[in-house]
Design a protein around this ligand. Structure first.
Ligand code: ADP
Ligand code: TRP
Length: 323
């Protein structure tokens, strides 16, 4: 089984990204015959338009993933633009892409609906993503719910290409990540960098504690029993807690007679403990840029080897001369 997924370097990863996506990528790395994960910096160009910022965010994303346990011996980690074959395949796919297919794609549709002008990069975004997927013969693409439409587009384009030129591409399938872990942000809404309500994974401990202490809570009296399942502090606490910590906290909610300050402190403590090993590992990688460079070079070499093979197959199929 070949697994592939990409993640955009559009900001520092937050708890929602970890529990909703990254943790599951890391769990899958041991189970697949081949697991490819990349930082989608070409896609990020549709929103990030400052070179130093894009570079910084790309490196931060790499370090974050390594810190969180992505193991370069078990998975292939690379930066999207280090495999230029992918933009070449994008052109071949574009020539078979109906306008209507992309007009229905949600990122573009939503932008248009808000009356904003979209550029061609955003419009053709799903075709670059299709090339990302098809160029590695990917079978399974683990993604959040919002990306399943894009994986369907990749599958659709593979079918069209195969139909036009003969069997060339493997048909990919999305594996929807468990979204029961929809992580709430500091305002109780879904945690998202667009809502400015995030707790990032590797934020300094002290300012993060302050942020946690400011999480919005209701003003019911302390003694009143409360339903843990509807409280964002409990929902966050549960992500980090052990089984017994969870049971104990639930009982405390149902009993009542506690202050939210206590819960916030407990949340700050468990999250700090939970991410401590990742913090340590990230710091080690950050202090060793040569090793990181080597990991990315090895990842890109592995990815390029496969990409060149599949691109050649596609070129032969459609009659493009190869040097
Ligand atoms: P953001 O909403 O902060 O822009 P992205 O859309 O870049 O985050 O999300 C990257 C991945 O993280 C996606 O697979 C998405 O499903 C997951 N994710 C993001 N926010 C959450 C959340 N609050 N709870 C669960 N998963 C999330
Ligand atoms: N578009 C994806 C996102 O925003 C990132 C991405 C780019 C991707 N290429 C991919 C995900 C290929 C899976 C497979 O989250």
């Amino acid at each position: 089984m070949r697994i592939l997924s990409g993640i955009q370097p559009t900001g520092r990863f937050h708890w929602g990204n970890y529990f909703g996506a990254i943790r599951q990528y890391i769990e899958l790395q041991g189970k697949a015959e081949d697991a490819f994960y990349f930082i989608a910096n070409l896609h990020a160009l549709t929103t990030v338009r400052e070179a130093p910022r894009l570079q910084q965010q790309t490196m931060d994303a790499v370090l974050d993933l390594l810190g969180l346990g992505l193991d370069p011996d078990r998975a292939t980690l690379f930066v999207q633009s280090d495999v230029p074959e992918v933009t070449e395949l994008t052109w071949l796919l574009l020539t078979l892409t109906p306008m209507g297919l992309l007009e229905r794609a949600h990122a573009y549709k939503e932008k248009k609906a808000r009356g904003l002008s979209a550029d061609v990069g955003l419009f053709t975004y799903p075709v670059l993503m299709a090339a990302d997927i098809l160029i590695y013969d990917s079978e399974i693409v683990p993604v959040g719910e919002d990306q399943t439409q894009h994986v369907e587009i990749a599958r659709d384009l593979a079918i069209r290409f195969n139909h036009t030129y003969g069997e060339t591409f493997v048909l990919p399938k999305a594996r929807v990540l468990d979204s029961s872990a929809k992580v709430p942000g500091t305002d109780g809404e879904k945690m998202s960098k667009s809502y400015d309500n995030t707790l990032t994974i590797f934020e300094e401990v002290k300012p993060q504690r302050k942020k946690i202490m400011r999480i919005v809570t209701d003003s019911r009296p302390m003694e009143e029993p409360k339903d843990p399942e509807t409280d964002c502090l409990y929902l966050l606490y549960r992500l980090f807690a052990t089984e017994s910590q969870r049971t104990e906290m639930e009982a405390l909610y149902r009993r009542g007679g506690f202050g939210y300050g206590e819960i916030k402190k407990a949340l700050a403590d468990v999250s700090e403990t939970y991410f401590a090993p990742a913090r340590q590992r990230r710091a080690e990688y950050a202090a060793n840029p040569a090793a990181v460079k080597e990991i990315l070079a090895a990842g890109a070499a592995r990815a390029r080897k496969k990409a060149a093979e599949v691109l050649a197959r596609a070129q032969d199929a459609c009659g493009i001369r190869r040097p």
